[in-house]
Structure formats: C-alpha cells, structure tokens
Design a binder for this molecule. Structure first.
Ligand code: NOJ
Length: 539
C-alpha cells in the first residue's frame, strides 16, 4: 500500500524501465547483464523509484534484442543465470523496489523448441497447429497466404522449406503463436506461475492486443479504415487476460499487468483495463503528443476521462526502448512521436529539447496515476543518431531495406562515470567495447558527473521523485485545471499542490503560491522561464 493513499502500490508507482543489455555490464563483455544491474540497484533505490520493469532477459538468439524468446523460463547466458535472477528479485525487494518482468506472448523465437518441432513435423501435423502455418496462394503456393505486412517491413509471412508459410507480425525469427490452441494458453499460464512463484510483482505484456487473430486471416486491403485490423484487438484477447488476472490475484503479491497497447482508440484501450483484466496500460497518446499546451491538455483530459470509465489509473510515459529519446524529439521541428522518425533524421536543438524534457518530467510526475521512466532519461540522454551503419543491430534496419535506422539510437549503453567510453558501463579491464558505441560528448552526462550538481537533470529527477513521495497530493487522485494563457498548463492537485508548465517562448508570471517546491529551470525575475515547469505549494 502507498503511504499516502489507501490504495494499491501500482496506482501511483514510478516504474523505471531497465533495458538489461544497456544498463550496466558486470562481466566486461560489453553487454549489460544481471551482475551489472544488481550492483546498481542502490542507484535506483536512491533515485526514488518504486519498481523496475526489465525488458526480456530470457534465453534468446537476440534477433530482436530478446523479444524473440526461445525459453520463457530461463535466463539468457548473456545476462546471467536463473539463480542470479532469483537473487536480483530478492535484492530488489530488500531495497523496496518491486520487479516487473516482460512477457512476450504474441510470438516466440524460431529457436523455440516448439517452433523447431513444428518445422520438423511438416504440413498437417499437430505441432504446426501451435503457430499459423498456411499454404501459399498462387499456382504453386509461391505467394503469401494474405497481404499482411510485418511491423518491421516486408510481408508478415515467411515460407518454410517444405512450401508452407508461417505468420510473423514482426521479424521472420519471431513466429506468432496460435492462441486459439489450448496448449499455448496452458503453457503461458505455467510461465506466469513460474515467475510469480519466484516473487516477481508483475508483467509488462508485449504487443498485448495482438495475441488473437481473425481465424479467417482476411486480406487487409479491402477493409474500411474503421474496421479493426484482423491481427489485433480481437474480442477473444480479453478472455486470456481475465484468466491471467485470476492467476495473478491468487498470489500473495497479487501480480500486476501493464499492457503495451499502441493503436487503440481510447475507449477500446480502456476495455483492457476493466477490473478483471489488466491493471494498467502504457499511455502512448501522451508519449506521442507534440510540444503544445492545447494538445497536452487534450490528451490529459481524454486519458483521465476514459480511465475513469473503468476505474483504472492512468500511466504517464515519455520514452521507451522503441522510440526516439524525448530530449531529442522535443528539440526537433516536429515534436510528436512517429514510428517513421528513424527514417529521416531531422536536426534537433538539444538545448531546447533538454529544457522541454526536464519540464515534461515535472509534468508527468505531477499528473494523477503512475509514471514510467526509461533508463537514461534521468540523465537527460539524447538519441544517438550517428551510429555507423555497419554497427546498427535493430532488425528494422535490415527489414526496411536499410531505409529505417531503427531503434538502436535510444538503446546505447548508459554512461555511469569517467571521461571516456565505456564510461563505467563495463568494469575496468573489459574484454569488449559496449555493444553500441557511446558518444564522446557523454562524459558530462554520466551519473557521476551529474551527481551533486543541482542544475543537472539527474538531481532534478532525484528531487522530483523524493518530493513525489512526500507530497500527499501527488500520485493517485484527481486534477483541477486552473486558468492559464494559451501556452501554459496549470493545474492543482489536492489541497496544496499546483504545477505550471510553460510551453511557450516567453516567461510567464508565477501564479499565487506559498512557496516554490521545484523548478525545472531557474525562475527569471519571479517568472516561469520558457519551456520550463514549476511545482508550487499553494494555499
Ligand atoms: C514491442 C517491443 O517493445 C519491441 O521492442 C519489440 O520489437 C516488439 N514488441 C516485438 O516483440
């Protein structure tokens, strides 16, 4: 229970996303691992977050950085061992950090034993029924069974050596499970229990709306724009989550779920958050919002109104491992997120983007509900946009025919200390450089360089997170908008807290207040500076 509200922890938790391969490298092979993460848990505790969410740590050939899972119940040797994972969970709990793990139910890896068995067993076999194998179209079956495209580019079908095609909504190395098959459902229930038995506090569900497909597998081309695409948001998916919820609720820690749901309209989105389904879902409309006061206000209002329909708390998200880091995004001419961002790199005014990112942090941590931080945003890290082509690893680069540079730019290993790469990411004497190159300019952004510097982004996050814990009006609850100019967001929380965000180019007067709790940038003659935010104690 939260100390402030008589409500469950997840309704107002701040959850820090750890992308294991880029967080901290304990064994010196240039890739982050559990040993590195365990050493740095005190950093996360002191930062003031409530929980960590770990991107996949499972056995994987890493065709999509671990989102291609070959064994859901073991740890990839690149990251460590199952024993270390158990120790990590215990250690995190000792630091009062809850642990959420990623679960990837839409697809597995082509190295998963059940997919291998399906390939070996051939057409018509029961093994193939766990996946979506179909004959092709055309005279000799040489064309894919339908016109669906993979989210990474190219067709969503790949032909096996025996001539049948199998469905993969992402890379060909990520075959989609057939969730109409009871064995698939049972297997994932075993996996949920496996991790709940080991004490995890919840699951982040990868592409949570994709599991169930329209079994007719219709072409998408003829479907009207308002028709739900046949590979997602099908009615049957809700039954799966109702079953999962019962399992999670049966454990003493009452595991929680957060769904990755990108494309839903707000009302369909909240259907996943009904009281017997998922607890929360990532707020991607907020992440995607341009730097514009009216647009933000609209997203906040819509978010709160729709979540109220089902009594679920909102989440506030600015970045993750799939999108351009928001310090860079907010410095561009187009500040809204788009998955096409990596196709044409636009210049970014990083000083401006960083100011806005700092203000956005105060905004998102002041809104009602829970918040997600993506590792490195507390350091103000920008997107790395000059990774040499030959080093790019995201499958989107290859699958797009080298037109989409993909997501590696937000996945560069964190700088911890020191004046040169690997900036303490790997231990002294490491045998390999970081798996993606770190920019020379990151010395000043390392955690050590920022610690103790009151103007730094790291210290801003630390103060904000500590205040959030002690301010009774923050976290779960309601919000009241206060009068403001066009470029300003101004709202009150509870009896004594107000937040003002100036998204414009001119300083604005401080509203009436008792004292200033925190500013994202210094006040200018008692005015809130352009592209900055302030937290106020008010009467
Ligand atoms: C969403 C994950 O966040 C992303 O990184 C991954 O590539 C796809 N799902 C496929 O699993």
């Amino acid at each position: 229970m939260s100390a402030r509200h008589d409500s469950p922890w997840w309704r107002d938790a701040v959850i820090y996303q750890v992308y294991p391969r880029s967080f901290a490298d304990g064994n010196g092979d240039g890739v982050g691992d559990l040993a590195g993460l365990r050493e740095r848990l005190p950093y996360l505790r002191d930062l003031g977050v409530d929980a960590i969410w770990l991107s996949p740590w499972y056995v994987s050939p890493m065709a999509d950085a671990g989102y291609d899972v070959a064994d859901y119940r073991d740890i990839d040797p690149l990251f460590g061992t199952l024993v270390e994972a158990e120790e990590l969970i215990a250690q995190a709990h000792a630091h009062r950090l809850r642990v959420i793990v990623d679960i990837v139910p839409n697809h597995c890896s082509d190295a998963h034993p059940r997919f291998r068995a399906a390939l070996a067993a051939g057409p018509g076999s029961p093994e193939r029924e766990l996946f979506w194998f179909r004959p092709g179209r055309g005279e000799h079956g040489e064309l894919p069974p339908n016109d669906w495209g993979s989210h990474f580019g190219g067709p969503a079908w790949t032909r096996a050596a025996d001539g049948e095609w199998f469905l993969h909504m992402f890379a060909p190395e990520q075959p989609d499970w057939n969730w109409d098959h009871p064995a698939v459902r049972e297997d994932f229930q075993v996996t949920l229990r496996f991790w709940l038995d080991r004490g995890v506090d919840g699951f982040r569900i990868d592409v949570a709306d994709h599991l169930v497909k329209d079994p007719a597998l219709p072409d998408a081309a003829g479907l009207g724009p308002d028709v739900i695409r046949p590979w997602r948001d099908q009615e049957g998916v809700h039954e799966i989550y109702r079953e999962w919820r019962k399992i999670a609720d049966s454990y003493p820690q009452r595991g929680v779920f957060v769904g990755e749901l990108w494309d839903e309209d707000p009302v369909r989105f909240t259907r996943y958050l009904r009281p017997d389904e998922l607890h929360t879902g990532f707020n991607f409309p907020f992440l995607s919002c341009p730097w514009d006061a009216a647009a933000f206000r609209d997203v906040v209002d819509r978010t709160l109104a729709t979540h109220a329909l089902v009594g679920a708390p909102a989440t506030w998200v600015l970045s993750n491992h799939d999108v351009v880091r928001h310090a860079t995004r907010y410095g561009r001419a187009h500040t809204a997120h788009s998955f096409d961002d990596a196709k044409h790199v636009e210049p970014s005014d990083l000083a401006l983007g960083t100011r806005r990112a700092r203000a956005a942090a105060l905004l998102s941590l002041a809104l009602p509900g829970s918040a997600y931080l993506y590792q490195g945003e507390e350091l103000g890290l920008p997107e790395v946009e000059d990774i040499p082509d030959a080093l790019l690893q995201d499958p989107r680069w290859l699958r797009s025919g080298f037109t989409d540079r993909g997501r590696d730019g937000c996945r560069v290993p964190l700088p911890w200390s020191g004046d040169a790469a690997p900036y303490g990411f790997s231990p002294p004497g490491a045998t390999a450089p970081p798996w993606l190159p770190q920019p020379a300019s990151w010395a000043r952004l390392s955690a050590a360089a920022q610690t103790g510097d009151r103007r730094s982004t790291l210290e801003l996050y630390r103060r904000a997170l500590h205040l959030r814990r002690t301010e009774p009006d923050l976290g779960d609850g309601t919000l009241t908008w206060l009068p403001s100019d066009g470029d300003v967001l101004h709202f009150r929380r509870g009896d004594g807290f107000a937040c003002l965000v100036n998204l414009g180019d001119r300083a604005v007067p401080l509203p009436p207040y008792e004292y200033v709790l925190l500013t994202s940038d210094p006040l200018e003659d008692l005015k809130v500076a352009p592209h900055s935010a302030v937290w106020l104690r008010v009467a």
